[in-house]
Each structure stands twice: as structure tokens, then as C-alpha cells.
Write a protein that binds this ligand. Structure first.
Ligand code: KG4
Ligand code: ZN
Length: 343
């Protein structure tokens, strides 16, 4: 099969996604966002699984229709086995298994975190203007930053990724979301912090960056320090947050982003690798992109930035991971149960 058609299914958290790729080119990439969680200020796992059940059939049908593909033309079905919320993963994996048996096509189980990295290989994904459309050469480093994970990954090959460092507690995205919540902003607060920061002074307030050995991260101390700072200042001036929103968001954002880049730089220097990609929802952050661009000149890095739709959770990244597995004939059985933690 020279140009495999792969259906990708993503259901690890609160978005139901289906995508069709032909030979690594995206023909369709459909995502159904679950609005219900906004009311609760975070994802409610049981509500997420129920919404996946409602969404999965129409989302897959829409992906097929908008790709102009009949289901009989699919050559392989890729699905997220983990990590993620167990109930949510169950919906996508059961659907994928049923469909692969019905169509008699190979099943391809995918690690959601590796899929975020693989988003860099989708045709036309890289939007960094200095090397637009180019794919990273091996080996490269990838900073994978999302609502649930923070990792520095050394990517040797498509199927050999080494985690050099990761968070020991909260994820970077979670830190953004919790900081936003403490500022009275709705969930998910990361994009709002990014937006409010545009007119703020990133150096106005200083917050501690925890020292963790190696390339690991810790965000829980920073989260607490920010909360206590806001409480103390608000006691003195009840309008403190409202009057200083831009500087507060810019300062917490700057602290998180410079902390992320510090370990990434250390990993780059220690391993002598200058090809650097970013992935995951926080990769959408404009300050991260801006500071990384600076490293192109300062450190001679070659940066790879996936299009926004491939940064946040999506099924195209699951399908491209499936594409590489399909070419390698790394097929899965239907006996692989979903894994909340999956390495
Ligand atoms: O990868 P993703 O869509 O879902 C997970 O697998 O978690 O990442 C979602 C996370 C949320 O924490 C959200 O606040 C954060 O990505 N995020 C951002 C931005 N856009 C999304 N954080 C900072 N700046 C942004 N522009
Ligand atoms: Zn994700």
C-alpha cells in the first residue's frame, strides 16, 4: 500500500476527534469540543465519557464525509490507547476496535504523548516562517506541554522516543489554568492569560522557579506562591487583580515560559542537539513562540512549530502516528486495554 488511508480517533480527555489522512496528508480533521466542563472550571471525567459516547459516531461520519472517503477505503485505524481519562479512552478504543474488526483492517494503538510529537510530521504542519513546511530531522528535542503533561523528549526515531525530563507534579498547562482561575478567569485559562499578557510587563512581578534536578519540572510551588501573593495583595487592595491584570498575567506567563525554556536549553547543550520542536496545547502560547524564535539567533536552534489545530488535542496527530506504525507493520490486537498512564 503506497498511500495508506488512515482513520485516527482521539478521545483521551474532553475532545472527541476523528481525522482521515492519505499518505500523511490531512484530508479531514474534525474535533467536537465539550462545552459542558466550562461550568465546572475543569474537566469532569464522567461527563466527558458520556459526551464521547454521543459524539463519536457523528464525528467519525463527518470526518469521512468531509474527506470524501468511504469507510471501505480505510486501510488502518489508529486510536489513542493512553494516557488519559480511562472512561474517555474506553469510548474511542472500543469504537476503533469494533470498526477495525468490521472492516477487517489493522488496528494501530497510539500513545497520546508520542502523537503530540508526531504532529510535527503532518504534511505542511510546521508554521515557523524560517523553515516553513519543513519536518524535523532525527535526532531532535521536543517540548511537549499540555494540560496534563510536561515533557522534554529526545526523539531518536519515529518509534524511539526518550523522555529526558517531565513534571513531578502539575503540568505547565495546568499551572496556566490554575493561575487563571485564581485571577477569576474561566477554564481553560491558558489562552486568556496569553491574551491579557499582550499589554503587560512580564518583569513586574517575580515568582519562584523551583529547582528540580536534571531536566524535570515542578509547578505546584509556583501555583501556590502565585495564589498566596494574590491573596496578600487583595487583602491590602480589593481591586488589586482587576487593576493589574495585564502585568499579573504577563509576569506569571513569563515565569512559566522561561522555566520551560531553561531546561530545554540545558537538554540542548548537554546532548548537542539544535533541532527543537514544540507540541501540545501550551505550544500555542505566543510568548513561548516569541522566546523560542530568539533562540534561533542566540543558540542557533532550528525551531519546529505545528499549526495551532495540530498543537491542541486532535485526531490528525493520532492518524499520522498510525501512518508510521502502518508503514512499519506495527499492528495491534484488540486485547490492548486503555491505559490511564501509558509510557
Ligand atoms: O494539548 P491540550 O489541548 O490538551 C491536553 O492534552 O491537555 O492542552 C490544553 C492546555 C490547557 O491547559 C490550556 O490552557 C493550554 O493548553 N493552552 C495554553 C494556550 N492555549 C492552550 N496555554 C497557554 N497559552 C496558550 N495560548
Ligand atoms: Zn494532549
Amino acid at each position: 500500500m503506497e498511500e495508506p488511508i488512515i482513520l485516527g480517533i482521539e478521545s483521551s480527555c474532553d475532545d472527541t476527534g476523528a481525522a482521515i489522512l492519505r499518505n500523511g496528508h490531512v484530508l479531514s480533521n474534525i474535533i467536537a469540543n465539550q462545552e459542558i466542563h466550562k461550568k465546572y472550571g475543569g474537566v469532569v471525567p464522567e461527563l466527558a465519557s458520556r459526551a464521547h459516547q454521543q459524539n463519536i459516531v457523528p464525528v467519525v461520519e463527518m470526518a469521512l464525509k468531509s474527506a470524501g472517503i468511504k469507510k471501505q477505503e480505510i486501510n488502518g485505524i489508529a486510536y489513542t490507547r493512553g494516557p488519559g481519562l480511562l472512561g474517555s479512552l474506553l469510548v474511542g478504543s472500543s469504537f476503533a476496535k469494533g470498526l477495525s474488526m468490521g472492516l477487517k483492517v489493522p488496528l494501530l494503538e497510539i500513545n497520546h504523548m508520542e502523537a503530540h510529537v508526531h504532529a510535527l510530521f503532518i504534511e505542511g504542519s510546521n508554521i515557523n516562517e524560517s523553515n516553513i513546511g519543513e519536518k524535523p530531522e532525527f535526532p531532535f528535542l521536543c517540548l511537549t506541554v499540555s494540560g496534563g503533561h510536561t515533557q522534554i523528549v529526545l526523539v531518536h526515531r519515529h518509534n524511539k522516543m526518550e523522555i529526558l525530563g517531565e513534571t513531578t507534579d502539575d503540568a505547565a498547562g495546568e499551572c496556566f489554568d490554575k493561575a487563571a482561575k485564581n485571577l477569576g478567569l474561566p477554564y481553560p485559562g491558558g489562552p486568556l492569560i496569553d491574551q491579557y499578557s499582550k499589554n503587560g510587563d512580564p518583569l513586574k512581578y517575580k515568582f519562584p522557579r523551583p529547582a528540580v534536578p536534571g531536566y524535570d519540572y515542578s509547578f505546584s510551588g509556583l501555583k501556590t506562591a502565585f495564589l498566596y501573593f494574590l491573596k496578600a495583595e487583595s487583602e491590602k487592595d480589593p481591586e488589586f487583580i482587576r487593576n493589574n491584570m495585564s502585568d499579573l498575567t504577563a509576569s506569571i506567563q513569563h515565569t512559566i515560559i522561561t522555566y520551560l525554556i531553561k531546561n530545554l536549553k540545558k537538554a540542548s547543550e548537554d546532548h548537542g542537539i539544535k533541532n527543537v520542536g514544540i507540541a501540545g496545547g501550551v505550544a500555542a502560547n505566543s510568548h513561548l513562540r516569541q522566546l523560542l524564535k530568539r533562540e534561533e539567533k542566540v543558540s542557533g536552534w532550528k525551531i519546529f512549530i505545528p499549526k495551532l489545530e495540530f498543537c491542541t488535542d486532535n485526531a490528525a496527530m493520532i492518524a499520522i502516528s498510525g501512518h508510521f506504525k502502518y508503514l512499519n507493520k506495527e499492528f495491534s490486537t484488540v486485547y490492548g486495554s486503555p491505559m490511564a498512564r501509558f509510557k
